[in-house]
Design a protein around this ligand. Structure first.
Ligand code: CP3
Length: 344
């Protein structure tokens, strides 16, 4: 049967008159209904592991705005949690994990095949969503890319420059590479399980890819993405993959071709003109409105949204932000963005 969901049509390379639209972190703290469900769950991780409430928050932005895709509500750090690295969130500060910096720390981690019991509630959420979503809305599963997840596991927290991970890469390359390999294998297992229970597309978030330069980018961002994508394609032919090597700059060029990704998600440090010429030539692109427009709104939001739609209109394009929407965003500005994308 020919694909009818707009998001999947764009991912298969079709140029649509109106790009499908969804938004990174579309279920999040800028929405009052999210804050209410999060309060009911207690804390963020309890919300991730409560399938009923995670299903509910995933559906909230679909009900409010009618996006073309829903993204599973979970977090990239659930993989380290499932591998046995303790994870907790400090309110107002972000994630904390037990650190992996020695062979002894690494030896305590579980194997890539042993993550599924811990992640069963996440698979239940995917399965709930597969039956609950309106028929034109696509369901996106996701995972963090190995490098980005490793930066949190090595430092035990978020870092500005990923210094501890770069240091381990230099000082104990075999250990660093063993961690990247364990995460690569776990990510294949995790994404594959999401697809088996109903994810129609998966996205790989490499939020800190931009801090890898030259050969390090090729070894630790590009190569793991290539391995994950080729394995997913072998196991689940026809399921599209979106890759997000955030702030990759020139390394966005050829990334889809090299890795086999069906779409490259763009952050807003690259111009739509540059990306249309250098990246969209190879297939679908996603992005790339600055998320600050969701805070400031007004004519600038309308102008920049039109500019992005116009610039990408001659090829396959999924409209999105360049990074996640922030908690201080105004929900009315999201509606204005959607109306502007769909006005033509
Ligand atoms: O996009 C979506 O709506 C799907 C759900 C999703 C979340 N996190 C929910 C979340 C996705 C895809 C992620 C990915 C994620 N998580 C990334 C990669 C994408 C990116 O933003 O760069 C990263 C680096 C993380 C790790 C993470 N999770 C951090 C650093 C934090 C704390 C910072 C913050 O925004 O508070 C989180 C928490 C988090 N993940 C929230 C949400 C909705 C906020 C938690 C809350 O409700 O308090």
């Amino acid at each position: 049967m020919a694909e009818t969901k707009p998001l999947l049509r764009a991912l298969s390379g079709e140029t649509l008159p109106t790009p499908p639209i969804w938004m990174m972190r579309q279920a999040g703290r800028y929405l009052p209904e999210y804050r209410a469900t999060r309060a009911e769950a207690g804390d963020f991780l309890s919300l991730c592991y409560n399938s009923d409430l995670a299903t509910e928050v995933t559906l909230q932005p679909i009900r409010r705005y009618g996006f073309d895709a829903a993204i599973l509500f979970a977090d990239i750090l659930l993989i380290p949690d499932a591998l046995g690295a303790d994870l907790w969130f400090v309110t107002g500060e972000g994630p904390r994990l037990s650190t992996i910096t020695t062979e002894e720390d690494f030896a305590k981690l579980k194997g890539a095949d042993d993550i599924h019991d811990h992640l069963a509630p996440i698979y239940q959420t995917v399965s709930n969503l597969a039956s609950a979503l309106p028929e034109e809305v696509a369901l996106i599963g996701f995972a963090g890319a190995p490098w980005t997840v490793a930066t949190y596991m090595i430092a035990g927290r978020g870092t500005k420059d990923q210094g501890p991970a770069h240091a381990l890469m230099q000082e104990n390359t075999p250990l660093f590479e063993a961690l990247i390999d364990r995460l690569t294998d776990s990510t294949i297992e995790y994404l594959s399980a999401q697809i088996r229970v109903g994810a129609e597309c998966v996205k790989l978030f490499d939020s800190w890819a931009g801090s890898l330069k030259g050969e390090a980018f090729d070894k630790y961002a590009l190569a793991p993405a290539k391995k994950i994508i080729s394995e997913i394609k072998d196991r689940h032919p026809g399921v599209p993959v979106i890759a997000f090597p955030r702030e990759a700059g020139d390394k966005y060029i050829g990334f889809a071709k090299e890795t086999g990704a069906n779409c490259v998600a763009l952050d807003n440090s690259v111009s739509p003109e540059w990306a249309a010429e250098n990246v969209q030539v190879d297939g679908c692109v996603q992005g790339n409105l600055a998320s600050s427009h969701m805070v400031t709104g007004g004519q600038a939001l309308v102008d920049e949204t039109r500019h992005i739609v116009q610039t990408f209109k001659n090829g396959p394009h999924i409209f999105n932000l360049g990074h996640g929407i922030t908690p201080d965003a105004n929900p009315d500005n999201v509606q204005l963005m959607i109306d502007t994308v769909r006005e033509g």
